[in-house]
Each structure stands twice: as structure tokens, then as C-alpha cells.
Design a protein around this ligand. Structure first.
Ligand SMILES: [Cu+2]
Length: 147
């Protein structure tokens, strides 16, 4: 009787956890400008998500793409590789820091950072050196991350 009760309770807890953690969808726009003097932008350029969520990149302006910064990407998760002039999306399969770049505008600072759950790849984040003009914006993004 006692065991049956425990099993029933465990089933209830699992059922509740299942509904509570239903995956969400997030959108990042790919744009030429944010309208406030910032050019070549992902908007938003910082997102907090949960593992299992989907992140969609919507192309607003042409001549951009969205793809993984492979040095800041959890091991074992397929690298995002959006085509030029296309929307893109990926499922955030694991906790971690996910770096995003637009390939043609990477060095101009067209970058984004996604944090999922409790990241385990902080070492990647610490080791990564953003190139050229991306450094300033990348450093701004890092301020969102609790040290
Ligand atoms: Cu771009």
C-alpha cells in the first residue's frame, strides 16, 4: 500500500514536471539597424532560454545569415548553419552558452549570445576572443552573464 502510494505520487510529480517544462519558442530578428544608430544587429542579441526550446532567426533585411560560433557551442550539439538570406532555427538541445554570428558581418560585431539553463561550457566562453570590431559588442553581451 505504501509503495503503491509512493509510485502514484512519483507519477503525479513527473506529470506536473512534464507540463511545467513544455518547450518555448523564441525569435531573434536579423536586421540592418536597430533604429537607434546600431547597425548589423541581431535583435535581441541576448536571450535566456531553457534546454529544449527553439530559437528562430527571422530575416528582416537581406545579406545576412545566422550561424554558430563554433568555439562557443556546447559539445555534441549540431552547429547552426543558416544560409544567406534565409530564416534559420535550431533546438537548444543542451544547457550551455551558444554564440551566434552573421558570417559576412562577424568582424563588424554582428553577434548574439544565448544562455540555456545552467551552462557547462563556461571555459569556452572564457577562452573565446571575439575578432576585430566584434570585441566591443561581445564584451557588452558578456555583461549579461552572471560571473
Ligand atoms: Cu549580417
Amino acid at each position: 500500500m505504501r509503495v503503491t502510494g509512493l509510485v502514484a505520487m512519483a507519477a503525479l510529480v513527473l506529470a506536473f514536471a512534464g507540463t511545467a517544462s513544455s518547450a518555448a519558442e523564441h525569435e531573434i530578428k536579423i536586421k540592418n539597424t536597430n533604429g537607434k544608430g546600431k547597425f548589423m544587429v541581431f535583435e535581441p542579441d541576448f536571450l535566456k532560454v531553457e534546454p529544449g526550446d527553439t530559437v528562430k532567426f527571422t530575416l528582416v533585411d537581406k545579406n545576412h545569415n545566422a550561424e554558430a560560433i563554433k568555439d562557443v557551442w556546447p559539445e555534441g550539439v549540431e552547429l547552426l548553419k543558416g544560409e544567406m538570406n534565409q530564416d534559420a532555427e535550431f533546438v537548444v538541445e543542451k544547457p550551455g552558452y551558444y554564440g551566434i554570428k552573421c558570417l559576412p558581418h562577424f568582424t563588424m560585431g554582428m553577434v548574439a549570445l544565448i544562455v540555456a539553463g545552467e551552462p557547462t561550457n563556461k571555459a569556452q566562453l572564457d577562452a573565446f576572443k571575439a575578432p576585430g570590431g566584434a570585441k566591443k559588442r561581445w564584451d557588452e553581451l558578456l555583461k549579461n552573464v552572471t560571473q
